[in-house]
Write a protein that binds this ligand. Structure first.
Ligand code: BDR
Ligand code: CA
Length: 345
C-alpha cells in the first residue's frame, strides 16, 4: 500500500490523543512528524503528551516538534478546564525520557513541504488544534505550500453552536487570526489554487460520543489500550456532564483523522469560509453557503457523518477485532440513530 505521507499538527489534548492512536494503527498513513501548538495545553505539555502516546503505541521513532507558544495576536487561553492540568485528563502518566521533543515545528513544516515540492511529492497536513503553526508557515514561506497535497482541519462550526461561545469552536476561537489567515491563503495563494481546507467542524464531530458503555467495550476487547483510554477520558466525561449534559465525551479530533483515511465517512459542501477576529462573534467560522461574496471556495465544510461507521473504524483499529464481531454490539450500544449520514442541521 502506498501510504499517504502526513504531518499531524495538534495540541494533545485528550481527543488529540485518541486521534493519534487511531492514525498510528492505520496503514493508510505514514506520519512524518507530529508538530505541537499551544491549545488545550501549553506547547511544552502538549509535546510531552505526544511522546507519551507514541510510547504507548511503541512508535517513538516518529519525531515530535514543539511549535508556537502563543496565538498570533490574542492572549493565549488554554483548555485545561476541559483536558486537565496535564492535558491528558489528569492521568499524570510519567514523561517519556528515552526521547525528547525537538524544537522549531514551523521549520520542520516548511522544510518538509519544501523538500516535497522539490522532489515532486505531496504532503498532507492534519490540524487538530489552533492553526497558529500553519499560519506561521504561510507567513514565512507561502511558496512551500506547493508541496501540500491536502489539508484537514478539525475546527469551526457551520450551523452547529460553538463550544467556547454561542458561535465559536475552540481551535478557531483560540487563535482566530491564524484561522482567518489560513482560510484566506486557500482563497488567494496561487500554489493553493483549486485546493480547499476540509473543515471538520462541530456539525459532524458533535455526533461522535464515546459513551461509558463504548469505553467498557473497548476495555473488554483490548484491556491495555482500553484502560489507557478509560483513564484519560474520565476527566473529559466529568466536563461533558457538567458543561453539556452529555454522558460520555464528544471526541472531535478522531473523526478528522478517520475522515482523512476514509473520505466516505463524512460529506459536506464547497464554500468560501472566513473567521471573525473581533467582538462578540470572535472565532466564529463564517461559511458563505449561498455565495453572497462571489469568493473562491476555500473550504469543504462537512455537515454529515455516520457515527456508527466511525466507531467501526475506531474499534477495528484500536482493538484489532473484525467488523463482523464489532458491528452488532456497536449497533446495540449506539442505538438506532447511529447509522445515518446525518448532521446536526
Ligand atoms: C477541539 O478543541 C479541543 O479542545 C479539542 O482537542 C478539539 O481539537 C474541539 O473544539
Ligand atoms: Ca485538539
Amino acid at each position: 500500500m502506498n501510504a499517504k505521507k502526513i504531518i499531524v499538527d495538534c495540541d494533545p489534548g485528550i481527543d488529540d490523543a485518541l486521534a493519534l492512536m487511531l492514525l498510528l494503527r492505520s496503514p493508510e498513513v505514514e506520519i512524518l512528524g507530529i508538530t505541537v501548538v499551544c491549545g488545550n495545553a501549553p506547547t511544552a505539555i502538549g509535546a510531552e503528551n505526544a511522546l507519551k502516546i507514541l510510547s504507548w503505541m511503541d512508535r517513538l521513532d516518529i519525531p515530535v516538534y514543539a511549535g508556537e507558544e502563543r496565538p498570533l495576536v490574542r492572549d493565549y487561553v488554554d483548555a485545561m478546564d476541559t483536558h486537565g492540568q496535564d492535558g491528558l485528563g489528569e492521568s499524570f502518566y510519567p514523561p517519556v525520557t528515552a526521547v525528547r521533543p525537538r524544537e522549531n515545528a514551523v521549520d520542520f513544516l516548511i522544510e518538509t513541504l519544501q523538500n516535497a515540492k522539490t522532489n515532486g511529492e505531496k504532503i498532507t497536513i492534519l490540524t487538530l488544534g489552533p492553526l497558529t503553526n500553519l499560519a506561521r508557515v504561510i507567513e514565512r514561506c507561502p511558496e512551500c505550500l506547493g508541496g501540500l497535497d491536502e489539508c484537514f482541519s478539525m475546527g469551526g462550526c457551520y450551523q452547529s453552536h460553538g463550544n467556547c461561545s454561542p458561535v465559536a469552536e475552540y481551535n478557531y476561537w483560540c487563535d482566530p487570526h491564524a484561522a482567518k489567515n489560513v482560510f484566506h491563503a486557500f482563497a488567494t495563494l496561487p500554489c493553493l489554487s483549486g485546493k480547499q481546507i476540509h473543515m471538520v467542524g462541530l456539525d459532524v464531530t458533535r455526533r461522535i460520543v464515546l459513551t461509558p458503555n463504548l469505553t467498557e467495550y473497548l476495555c473488554r476487547l483490548s484491556p491495555r489500550t482500553g484502560e489507557k483510554i478509560r483513564t484519560i477520558t474520565r476527566f473529559y466525561n466529568d466536563f461533558h456532564w457538567t458543561q453539556e449534559g452529555v454522558v460520555g465525551c464528544v471526541i472531535n479530533d478522531p473523526l478528522a483523522a478517520a475522515y482523512l483515511i476514509d473520505r466516505s465517512l463524512c460529506s459536506g459542501f464547497f464554500a468560501h469560509t472566513t473567521v471573525e477576529t473581533e467582538g462578540v462573534c470572535l472565532g466564529q467560522s463564517v461559511v458563505d453557503a449561498f455565495g453572497f461574496w462571489k469568493a473562491p471556495a476555500n473550504s469543504y465544510v462537512l455537515t454529515k457523518t455516520s457515527p456508527l461507521r466511525f466507531m467501526e473504524m475506531f474499534f477495528q483499529r484500536i482493538t484489532g477485532a473484525p467488523a463482523e464481531t464489532l458491528t452488532p454490539m456497536l449497533r446495540q450500544l449506539m442505538g438506532p440513530d447511529a447509522e445515518e449520514m446525518e448532521g446536526s442541521l
